[in-house]
Design a protein around this ligand. Sequence first.
Ligand SMILES: *Cc1c(COP(=O)(O)O)cnc(C)c1O
Length: 389
Amino acid sequence: MNDADYDISYIINVLGENENEGITPVTPPIYQTSNFYFKNVAQFRDAITNEKENLVYSRGNNPTINLLCRKLAALEGADEALVFGSGMAAISAAILSCVKTGDHIVCVQNPYTWTNTLLNTNILPKFGVNATMVNGCSTSDVIAAIRPETTVIYLESPNSWTFEQQDLSAIAVFAKDHGITTIIDNSYSTPLFQQPVKLGIDLVVHTASKYLGGHSDVVAGVCCGSKELIGRLFANEFLTLGGILSPFNAWLVLRGMRTLPVRMEHVSRATNQIFTWLKTQHKITRIYYPFDPENAQFELSQKQMKKGQGLFTVEIDSSAEKIEEFCNSLTYWRMAVSWGGFESLIIPSCTFVKPGLYSTLSSRLIRFSVGLESADVLIRDIDNNMHLL
Ligand SMILES: *Cc1c(COP(=O)(O)O)cnc(C)c1O
């Protein structure tokens, strides 16, 4: 066992557990309470003047939620973390904490759909905050888009469809020199496979609805960063917008995280086996996967990520109609949005195209999310239906 493995096990199973209880359950209690009482005015006064450090009301602090925050911050190698009712609540609060009217954001092309909506459609433009979308594969393109009023560089490395990456340390160095805050959506890798704080990124956001929770039974999000940035976020967006996670859902994420290392290990290994098999199939014309040795960014993947996880997209040499039939016929690969749960999932890109308008390349992609089944079973399921393509 190496040091990294030891740390992860310690964080997930020991850190923060049972610290203030006379009894010793192996799983933490759920503090299903909205508020906390005080025995005298002096204590009450002290607590409400520093809500960050005290248990006053569960929109601010709650022990079950705080235990989760502590573990997530430790896994990311960040000072502190805040958890939210969804990944999008975390992303929205993180971005809002860094902008005011007139500010400008540089964001990578093709971020998560709702991040794009936040930046470009119905929220930030209303308040006079504009975004420029750039090809993040090129650090010089990112730098060229910076304006005097740029306050945020928003990254998603890799994204969850085509997996383009950014050179995180190069961008972090530039941003620090120019007083710009960097934010990354690190959902793809989890803190086990990529730790952007160590590469100089300021704020790390995740959906916890995917691998962190891991069982497709909870929607949650997290934002990690320095004491200063998270302190500001807590006092402003967190308490004011109120997009908190419930104690029960925090407990579900805590439970899901107990198995995060073994799930990630399985998914990474199984994906590698499935990927290697798909490479031999003549109907598959391209595979988007950061750890494909033929991927143009393979070196960068090895530099800043430990391993590949279970999401990849394939391009198929067939008609969208046949792809539709193929997808309808699979047994273990179920069709659904989201990813990172125990169940293997697919999304055919033709789902987003009206029938009859099929034709372009974009109708011939399928995104796969490898779950906890054995790779052999998942390969057999694809193989059994390959003749439909
Ligand atoms: C799902 C997802 C989100 C949003 O998370 P929710 O918990 O669904 O709000 C953000 N980023 C990525 C990459 C995602 O896949």
